[in-house]
Design a protein. Structure first.
Length: 210
């Protein structure tokens, strides 16, 4: 019996030792700190944000959204899906609305960027901001900055005669009708469902009836 017990102990010891050796052998050598690791190269970028010239040194992979929020601390622009699907990160670049989560900051050298902070102030609201308040165009408010930036840009698109998918005649001048604004705002998601109120706010600013 004693010989059998000693044999079992030896087996256990052998298996335990083998397992420990396998773990050590499987550990990649790269796990140890290496003096060869290099930091990502930084790139300078300069653009105007809300009328103020900003110059940053950024990892070239930095999105415009992260540059605004993390580097310039303009947190009004929201990070929602981070995949260009919700519109919470909408800002205007040279007057055109974009999803800032899908655009690299270094692509905007020399551009003029407008965020929700640049549209108005608590003492002097932009007409669209005032209309959103008047028509209760928000509930939780998370999507509101992107909704407002997009709404301002949409009315400018209509004013400039840019057609949409719901126009019967693409050569005709578009109008800020309910269906027109809903189509153009379809990329801005409101999970609270304040769409009707948002359309009313936009119609108020546009001077149209919905």
């Amino acid at each position: 019996m004693s010989d059998i017990s000693e044999l079992e102990v030896s087996r256990r010891g052998l298996l335990a030792g083998s397992a420990a050796t396998a773990v050590v052998a499987a550990t990649p050598a790269a796990a140890a700190p290496s003096s060869q690791t290099k930091a990502a190269p930084m790139m300078p970028v300069s653009f105007a944000v809300n009328g103020k010239r900003e110059t940053l040194s950024l990892d070239p992979r930095t999105t415009l959204l992260d540059a605004l929020r993390e580097h310039l601390h303009l947190t009004g622009t929201k990070k929602g899906c981070d995949h260009g699907q919700c519109g919470a990160c909408t800002v205007m670049v040279d007057g055109v609305r974009i999803n800032s989560c899908l655009s690299l900051a270094v692509m905007h050298e020399g551009d003029k960027i407008t965020t929700i902070e640049g549209l108005g102030t608590p003492d002097k609201l932009h007409p669209m901001q005032a209309a959103f308040i008047k028509h209760d165009g928000y509930q939780c408010g998370y999507c509101t900055p992107g909704q407002i930036c997009s709404a301002v840009a949409v009315l400018d698109e209509i004013k400039r005669g840019i057609p949409s998918h719901v126009q019967d005649d693409l050569t005709a001048k578009p109008r800020a009708t309910n269906i027109e604004m809903r189509e153009r705002m379809s990329g801005n998601i409101c999970r609270c469902g304040a769409y009707s109120n948002i359309a009313e706010a936009m119609a108020d600013v546009a001077g149209e009836n919905v």
